[in-house]
Write a protein that binds this ligand. Structure first.
Ligand SMILES: Cc1cc2nc3c(=O)[nH]c(=O)nc-3n(C[C@H](O)[C@H](O)[C@H](O)COP(=O)(O)OP(=O)(O)OC[C@H]3O[C@@H](n4cnc5c(N)ncnc54)[C@H](O)[C@@H]3O)c2cc1C
Length: 92
């Protein structure tokens, strides 16, 4: 199972700013896999789904819609975002 907060299936970021926005590549080229890859490989892809809690002792995750799933193994790949300093004059 692959859970992700974004509405899109997994995509590479670099082509967005290097090629796609300049009109030099097709949108489909940015995707990591074709749309049917996940079902074909028995991956249950849940997009637009945010994990709101992880219970390591009980081996369960809770989603923003209230569903919970048990896991045998969990790989956390949530990336990172820069912290914005709460002071006047900072950029947006
Ligand atoms: C437009 C753009 C262009 C870039 N170009 C380059 C480049 O040319 N070269 C380069 O080296 N780097 C580039 N980067 C940076 C590079 O894409 C990132 O360093 C890389 O994507 C980080 O990968 P990651 O898997 O750690 O995190 P991410 O790609 O950020 O993936 C984390 C995923 O976790 C999901 N997530 C987070 N929290 C939750 C939650 N609670 N529940 C469910 N899902 C959750 C997020 O929605 C996201 O889909 C670019 C980034 C952007 C945005």
């Amino acid at each position: 199972m692959l859970l992700g907060a974004e509405a899109e299936r997994p995509y590479e970021r670099p082509p967005l700013t290097k090629d796609y926005l300049r009109g030099e590549s097709e949108r489909d080229k940015a995707y990591v896999h074709a749309a049917d890859f996940y079902a074909d490989n028995e991956v249950d892809l849940e997009t637009a789904t945010t994990v709101t809690a992880i219970d390591p002792a009980g081996s369960r995750v809770t989603l923003d819609d209230g569903r919970t799933f048990a896991f045998d193994r969990l790989l956390l790949t949530t990336g990172a975002e820069p912290r914005r300093i709460p002071v006047d004059g900072r950029g947006s």
